[in-house]
Design a protein around this ligand. Structure first.
Ligand SMILES: *[C@@H]1O[C@H](CO)[C@@H](O)[C@H](O)[C@H]1NC(C)=O
Length: 413
């Protein structure tokens, strides 16, 4: 029997060991790389990253794209109230709503964003809220931030949301009727928020935002587009949901999904924030993203997540839109200018009449119908307008009647 010659093999043992070690280390590094880039939790839209469109500087799709962005050192200043365009402005209805629909805005931020992001929220839209709170983990006189007892980082956002609402519940519950959460890269048109909320009562257990479909039966509201809770919803969240095992108890998780689960657990309704013709009002991207047709792949995560079918082009967005996300600090000033200053001469807008107040019964009915009926097409809008002008809406127009009823029904209570 031939004895295998092990001599040379024995001699190669150290090399085999090095090769093995090298391979193991390389394999481990590769696995870590793969898991850190693709194996995210299923609720994270980033899992679609590989199918995302190439990023366009003016239309970011992730927070990372805005990481380095900051705004001007110096405030951009103000126009004087007596200047021509402003002197003729009539803001009496907006002022009435400022008194009647009180909104506390709280902005999720962190120490490294105080100066680069949150400050520009403070200098632009946040001043229009009845009360604004910057929620951080460090006090900072620059933005009067609240130091919540939480650690920073993405895996503590859920803890921060819970602590923020607890803080509000303990210190500011009577300062407002509605409580709006926004990020430090969210832009909010506060007057339009009040206009939408006018129909509802702060005692309704309801919340609104950009409604997403997965993970929660009634859907949940995108965190980035911001969401607004009624006073009753805040009470239920802090008193019933946070202590309940139905609500995630640790710090981790996607804060918007977790909030959505808690809201459902304590029977807070996911409201329909679309306008009377079915156009959206809360948006998880900048206006450009929603306005320009076909610039994202059909596989883009938002198209799979959105509760209502999104429309492209000008149909996308309500004339009374409320929020946009991934807005750079500089862009906050641009939006402020476009929304509150730039005016086409000779066109004077009149405020549409205030809508009727809704009862809880009206809201539930409308919502149930809204779930099963698609948004009316532009063609149907026109037909509906004609038929309603004639004072009769045919059966084939059932769904449009539903949307219009939302603003037209007398409250039952
Ligand atoms: C401002 O608008 C309100 C409501 O539309 C109207 O009642 C009021 O007369 C207007 N004020 C002026 C000065 O035009």
């Amino acid at each position: 029997m031939k004895i295998p010659d092990l001599g040379p093999r024995n001699g190669s043992h150290p090399r085999t060991f090095i090769t093995l070690l090298f391979g193991t280390v390389l394999g481990f590094m590769f696995a870590t790389f793969i898991s850190s880039t693709t194996l995210r939790q299923p609720w994270m839209p980033e899992s679609y990253r590989q199918r995302e469109p190439p990023s366009i500087v003016s239309d970011p799709h992730t927070g990372n794209e805005l990481r380095g962005a900051s705004g001007p050192e110096q405030d951009v200043g103000q126009h004087a109230a007596h200047e021509e365009a402003h002197a003729h402005e009539n803001a009496s209805i907006a002022q009435q709503l400022h008194r009647e629909v009180r909104v506390l805005c709280w902005v999720m931020t962190n120490p490294s964003n105080h100066k680069s992001k949150a400050l520009h929220v403070k200098r632009t839209w946040a001043g229009r809220c009845n009360k604004v709170l910057f929620m951080s983990s460090v006090e900072d006189p620059l933005i009067d931030s609240v130091a919540l007892p939480v650690s920073e980082g993405r895996n503590n956002l859920w803890a921060k949301t819970k602590e923020a609402f607890k803080y509000i519940y303990q210190n500011h519950l009577d300062d407002a009727d509605w409580f709006m959460k926004a990020d430090d890269d969210t832009y909010v048109v506060v007057e339009n928020l009040r206009y939408m909320l006018y129909s509802y009562s702060p005692s309704h257990p309801i919340y609104f935002g950009c409604r997403f479909k997965p993970f929660v039966k009634q859907g949940y509201m995108s965190g980035g587009a911001g969401y607004v809770l009624s006073k009753e919803a805040v009470k239920r969240f802090v008193e019933d949901a946070i202590p309940s095992p139905l609500c995630r108890q640790d710090s981790d998780g996607a804060e918007d999904v977790e909030l959505g689960k808690c809201m459902e657990a304590v029977k807070v309704l996911a409201g329909d924030s679309r306008d009377t013709v079915g156009r959206g009002r809360f948006f998880p991207f900048v206006p450009e993203h929603h306005l320009i047709p076909n610039h994202v792949d059909k596989d883009f995560w938002y198209l799979k997540y959105t509760y209502y079918k999104p429309d492209e082009g000008l149909e996308c967005c309500s004339d009374n839109a409320i929020s946009f996300h991934y807005v750079s600090p500089n862009q906050m000033y641009v939006l402020d200018y476009l929304i509150y200053h730039l005016r086409p001469y000779g066109i004077v807008a009149h405020s549409q009449p205030l809508p009727k107040k809704l009862s809880l019964g009206d809201i539930v009915r409308v919502d149930d119908l809204g779930k099963t009926t698609p948004k009316p097409s532009a063609q149907q809008h026109r037909r509906y307008k004609v038929s309603s002008n004639r004072g009769k809406a045919g059966n084939e127009m059932q769904e449009e009647v539903t949307f219009s009823d939302m603003k037209a029904k007398e409250p039952n209570t």
